[in-house]
Write a protein that binds this ligand. Sequence first.
Ligand code: NAD
Ligand code: G6P
Ligand code: MN
Length: 442
Amino acid sequence: MGNGFSILIAGGGSTYTPGIVRLLAHKSSIFPIRQIKLYDNDADRQRLIGDACSILLGAEAPQIDFSYTTDPEEAFTGIDFVMAHIRVGKYAMRELDEKIPLRYGVVGQETCGPGGIAYGMRSIGPIIQLIDYMEKYSPKAWMLNYSNPAAIVAEATNRLRPHSRIINICDMPVCLESKMCSILGLQSRREMLVRYYGLNHFGWFTEITDRQGNDLMPRLKAFIKENGYYVKGDPKAEQEESWKLTYQMAKDVYALAPDTLPNTYLKYYLFPNQVAAHSNPDYTRANEVMDGREKEIFEEARRLIETKDVAGCRFSIGHHADFIVDLARAIAYNTQERMLLIVPNEGAIENFDSDTMVEIPCLVGSNGYEKLSIGKIPRFQKGLMEQQVAVEKLTVDAWIEGSYLKLWQAITMSKTVPGADIAKKILDDFIKVNRDYWPALK
Ligand code: NAD
Ligand code: G6P
Ligand code: MN
């Protein structure tokens, strides 16, 4: 084996795996990798992605030793970083997470509202199991975890494995920073310094400057006030109608807290009725992804396996891959780079509960992260966050205790849900379809 780091991608069959593998290959001069392994519990799904990645690496970075497996011991042994992005229940369950609330006119979303709660109840157990495998077979490794719903997953990992070397992350802020770059005519988000606070998928940018300290907020606000984050010609917005609407709707979300720039996910909490009314209960985002990204990635994998045409490879590298690889490199080389992470508050937001997970800027280095201090936050944001964090904590309580009542309270508490009666109907429907995944509730 050569020099460099050893990386395990858990959820090897994910649509995001090829982009991360390709970026690792391209960055090998500044982040040398000796080994990449994939791990998944669906052998067939992973085989296609694995064989395609093997061909890609054979051409683009043959020095990297590549393999894939469904065996935890083989996967987790000899690892420096676990990059985790599992989807427990896969797209079939995401579709139900989105469609069941819509039966009752409630937001149907992967990570927000009742759908996110249902997904959280599925994800907690398997994520804890990944941590335990890592600690058993590679106790010095770090897990960088994208697996959703990140807010509930982070609350659970902090509660159940508080001393583990896991960092929960989200790519939404860096995606929005790239929109800001388009608005400002900058080349890269690395030209900006941002301050931001909130919960995952529930936060606000408070300061954006360039590296010389010049305030970029006035120009961003002027644009976002009129257009949200929708920039004409942006490929993601032009190709994916639902994302275009989300970027546009940031204009309405912005109006409620115009000192800041919002995370797009706030639309589900601030305009739930409008969002639900505009959703098609028979064709949700899960269907769009199954007919779009999933199909394209697997078709490309098959094409690559058949033709071995690496030069024409269409696996693209996005902000998603960029962010997780930057994070690993910041730990590996102690770069002290500033990044937004989901971490225990512990006083960083002065007037918010100490034992909650918040998304804030941190300096990243070989010992993990050091949090920046946020100070006090305003009443509006604080009130919203307190309600939402209660939803997330009650969900984790429900999982730990096997409590029907706590889960009913969690769904009732969500700002996306109009009342306890509807919450109960949604919960009872969810219990029926999640029998293979949820703990039994009493
Ligand atoms: P996907 O369904 O294509 O891939 C997920 C893979 O995980 C599948 O191959 C599945 O078989 C595997 N898996 C499920 N349970 C597993 C388990 N217990 N052990 C091992 N493997 C398991 O999904 P995707 O669209 O590529 O997304 C992957 C994950 O990344 C999702 O959780 C998604 O929500 C998340 N994600 C998070 C962010 C973020 O901002 N945090 C951004 C993008 C995607
Ligand atoms: C953003 C969010 C992720 C979420 C994804 C959904 O990247 O940060 O948490 O999983 O959007 O994208 P999709 O294309 O699957 O709807
Ligand atoms: Mn996210």
